[in-house]
Ligand binder design. Sequence first.
Ligand code: ADP
Ligand code: MG
Length: 314
Amino acid sequence: MAGLSVENLTVRYGAVTAVRGVSFDVADGSVLGLVGESGSGKSTVARALVGLTPSAGTMRINGADLSSRQARRRVQLVFQDSRSSLDPRFTVEQCVMEGLVGFRRRDASARVAELLDLVSLDPAIARSRPGNLSGGQRQRVAIARALAARPDVLIADEVTASLDVSVQAVVLNLLRRLRAKLGLTMVFISHNLAVVQYMCDELAVMFNGRIVEFGPADEVIEQAEHPYTRSLLAAIPEMGQRRLLSESAVEASTVTDPPPSGGCAYRLRCPIGPAADPEREICRTLEPAATAGRVHRAACHFARERDESIVPRA
Ligand code: ADP
Ligand code: MG
């Protein structure tokens, strides 16, 4: 049974449809990576999962519907900027305690100390305020607070994006350790494909509010089928060396097109679509659906065609 199951999730902000009928399953104890350029809808999926934004569709954990408030606690979100998510007036202890339920005051302090230890922080840090911590320490406090609620699913939204590369590795390794130790199911969001490959079992690539490619992480990266995924890979020349990179490469490639109505939303930028080959009329008229029944699938009419010019060197 899927740890987390999302079906036909749609989120609108007024006239803007930020997420369009997104469906995915994350097996219990595994990590799904969600990648895509800025504005593709990743954070909106995260916010919908924790009930921070109204949405249509179904979300389940181990088969149980996520619509009640109590059930929502089973999904916890950590995001990029813990400077704004941790109240600066609180001590670290108070910040982490916010996540606890059903503890008496004395037990709560002991539990906070345990949680800080779990994220490799010195429990003495409990009396500090978030403003006096480094970015990496603050992110660990935010992770401890999320774990305080004993979630089944942890959503990490660009958790390392504002950290130095060396600190990024520390936080990523911590998440990997926690996942193994606690058996967490995770949705790991990043626009950095190198980071995602390091963290994830499966990978979903988002473009314009939809998942355009899905599959085992290594397969999606090594045998990308959607031209959009391939363009993301091509934007990271160091990818072949499996290095953790600064976030700038992909961010710089970001272009925001108005989504064309009908047909494939990627066609204006697509290097193998009608902009390159006018005979590919189908891209203008029919919205591509992902190939059903395949583990690795891409929503592109010409998905399996390789365009060697944009495939990154291994
Ligand atoms: P990502 O996390 O992939 O960068 P987001 O989920 O933040 O993408 O945004 C998806 C789309 O929704 C973007 O077009 C963004 O401008 C829009 N959007 C996000 N939040 C809001 C909001 N609160 N109100 C209106 N539009 C929003
Ligand atoms: Mg985001």
